[in-house]
Design a binder for this molecule. Structure first.
Ligand code: FAD
Length: 414
């Protein structure tokens, strides 16, 4: 191990170069507060995750000045279809966003993050350092000490900052090193798989977002962005499979989801995730603040994760800038932390259960347990695979890392 480099001091350090960290950073930088973003990976994460952003999330992108660029790579997603047994049974056109913010826009998360990164570094001349894995944090009365390790050189760098923002995802090291519990539960019996594929779903009457309702082979099928034939198919599998094992049985899932079969498609990416329903015990501990997945993580169905993350990020950036510049008392950060946590606690579990159930028919059981398709439709099997009770709302640090590439470090590409 090489010796540590010289201490660098920054007013604000943000850990994690995901869309939430970049949004906090942009809000600070555009108000004149210099920021440093530390990211453990060599670049922006490329795993297949968020694609859909609702009007409130678009409003935060507008604040950062990136909405126009995002819209260039996005497609308007305001038509939802519901499918049962390969037939479209219902169709909804959403109008709530009006003309300024369409009801939904779809843009792959890596593209969104790349646009935010470009604006932050070129327009606001802020610093982002890659290959900086934050491994130690110590809080003092007047500052926070941070140690980051560059795995490519084995070099450690020491930093200090007045404020540290943890936007390092659901497996957040900032949260763990700050000893903040991640309360809630992880769905024990079903993992969530996101696949990106090239295929023309429009030819079968699919709209921009589609919910395939089935007790076993439920799925969400959406167009990903401006690229016409690139689609996301998300579905559930029994917990514990590797990406390779899921790939091996992929056609077994697809043949139940596609409207016709067999078909030719191109698999572009596949990754599985452990779904959670968790929330940090506090979003502020002294000079450490948590936002995005580091603060709360939920089942991806319904596109709540990044949307709520962006709603943490914008107000946090603006509040922190006001505190640093003496325009607001420090207690504004407590107001932010309490308000955001209450919002997540009050809305997220009910919304997620609603969204989860919407993809299942009323007798629905999840695709796990090793039962046959017919067996899984039995009510007692459904009950056994529903929301866990024993572990609900208890901290479960045994889950370790969470969504995203944290899960098993594999992924990407067929
Ligand atoms: C399949 C799927 C589909 C989804 N679809 C949607 C959707 O349509 N709409 C929606 O709103 N949400 C969606 N979500 C949720 C969304 O992806 C997350 O909410 C979002 O990624 C959270 O962003 P973030 O910036 O908080 O965290 P992340 O995107 O996880 O970014 C965290 C960053 O921190 C870095 N990091 C981690 N640890 C360290 C460390 N120790 N030091 C330095 N850097 C570190 C990571 O490398 C990463 O770059 C989906 C999620 C999944 C899994």
């Amino acid at each position: 191990m090489s010796p540590s480099t010289v201490n660098e001091h920054h007013p604000v350090i943000i850990v994690g170069c995901g869309p939430v960290g970049l949004t906090v950073a942009t809000n600070l930088a555009r108000l004149g507060v210099p920021v440093l973003v530390l990211e453990r990976n060599p670049g922006v994460d490329q795993s297949p995750r968020a694609s859909a952003y609702q009007p409130c999330a678009q409003a935060e992108l507008l604040e950062t000045g990136t909405l126009d660029d995002v819209k260039k790579e996005a497609v308007i997603n305001d038509r939802l279809s519901y499918w049962i047994d390969k037939k479209r049974v219902a169709y909804v056109e959403k109008r709530e966003g009006g003309q300024v913010f369409p009801a939904g826009i779809n843009c792959p998360q890596p593209q969104l993050a790349a646009i935010l990164l470009k604006h932050l570094t070129t327009r606001y001349h802020s610093q982002v350092k890659f290959n900086q894995n934050v491994i130690e944090i110590t809080q003092h009365d007047d500052q926070v000490s941070v140690t980051a390790l560059d795995a490519t050189t084995d070099q450690k760098t020491q930093y200090t900052c007045d404020w540290l923002v943890g936007t390092d995802g659901a497996g957040s090291g900032v949260r763990k090193l700050s000893d903040i519990a991640f309360e809630g539960f992880s769905w024990p019996k079903e993992d969530f798989v996101a696949t990106n594929i090239r295929y023309d779903f429009y030819q079968h009457g699919f709209s921009t977002a589609n919910f395939v309702l089935d007790p076993v082979n439920w799925a969400v099928v959406t167009i990903l962005g401006a690229e016409k034939d690139l689609w996301r198919i998300a579905f559930g599998v029994r917990a514990g499979l590797t990406n390779e094992e899921i790939k091996a049985e992929l056609d077994e899932h697809y043949k139940e989801i596609f409207p016709v079969w067999p078909v030719k498609y191109e698999l572009v990416q596949l990754n599985k995730y452990k779904p959670h329903q968790r929330c940090a015990k506090t979003f502020r501990k002294g000079r450490v603040l948590l936002a995005g997945d580091a603060a709360h993580s939920n089942n991806p169905i319904g596109g709540l994760g990044l949307t709520t993350g962006l709603l943490d990020a914008g107000p946090l950036g603006r509040a922190l800038a006001a505190v640093i510049q003496g325009r607001a008392p420090e207690s504004l950060l407590d107001t932010w932390a309490t308000a955001r946590r209450e919002k997540v606690q009050r809305r997220s579990p009910r919304y997620m259960e609603d969204r989860r159930c919407r993809t299942r028919t009323p007798d629905g059981a999840v695709a796990c347990e090793g039962h046959s398709r017919e067996e899984r439709r039995r009510p007692e099997v459904f009950q056994s695979s529903r929301r866990p009770t024993g572990s609900a709302h208890e901290p479960d640090e045994a889950v370790g890392d969470h969504d995203g590439p944290d899960v098993d470090g594999t992924v990407r590409g067929p």
